[in-house]
Design a protein around this ligand. Structure first.
Ligand SMILES: Nc1ncnc2c1ncn2[C@@H]1O[C@H](COP(=O)(O)OP(=O)(O)OP(=O)(O)O)[C@@H](O)[C@H]1O
Ligand SMILES: [Mg+2]
Length: 170
């Protein structure tokens, strides 16, 4: 763990445009498997929903992926894997997450939760954390993909190989 890129190290990207963020979502879809949990963090307008749009496209989902803020969770079943897209912004506690039954069919699905940090991690043994943020005053965003257990370190290594052009040098 002292030399090179340590196992479990975050993978960082610089994303100048919304299309770059969608492209990262598409690339990420290629390493997703049934039962996965992806937790998205970052401020309002950081690009969390845009990333999920790319992820949905990568899964072959044709139905529109939009912000689920007012419905809390939406399931897209028309892709390679069912995509559960949830927004925990208005949820204050783990108890409320329980009420959602978010994990109803999580073993077969990919579950992606915006604003889920600190609330939904225990729904799965492992998860991928994606931290999105603004970089300065323009459109550029940064993404930091943090593997949290399971096979995520190896899968991020695969993603790093295919998504190399967008990788940040930092
Ligand atoms: N590099 C970029 N990556 C992603 N989105 C970008 C980028 N540049 C500009 N944008 C714009 O920023 C907005 C991001 O909105 P989005 O709904 O994805 O944010 P969000 O993080 O889901 O916000 P919320 O917390 O409200 O759910 C979109 O309008 C998008 O077009
Ligand atoms: Mg959103």
């Amino acid at each position: 763990m002292t030399e090179g890129r340590p196992q479990g190290a975050p993978l960082r990207f610089t994303l100048p445009t919304a299309d770059d963020t969608r492209a990262l979502g598409r690339a990420l879809a290629d390493v997703l498997a049934p039962g996965d949990l992806v937790v998205l963090t970052g401020p309002l307008g950081a690009g969390k929903t845009v990333l999920v749009q790319g992820l949905g496209a990568g899964l072959g989902i044709g139905s529109p992926v939009t912000s689920p803020t007012f419905v809390i969770a939406r399931v897209h079943r028309d892709g390679r894997l069912p995509l559960v897209h949830a927004d925990a912004y208005r949820l204050a506690s783990v108890a409320e997450v329980d009420d959602l039954d978010l994990d109803a069919d999580s073993a077969e699905s990919v579950t992606v939760v915006e604003w889920g940090s600190g609330l939904v991690e225990r729904l799965a043994d492992a998860h991928l954390e994606v931290r999105l943020d603004r970089a300065g005053a323009g459109d550029t965003r940064t993404a930091e993909l943090v593997p949290r257990g399971g096979t995520w370190p190896a899968r991020l290594a695969r993603l790093a190989a295919v998504a190399a052009p967008a990788r940040s040098r930092s």
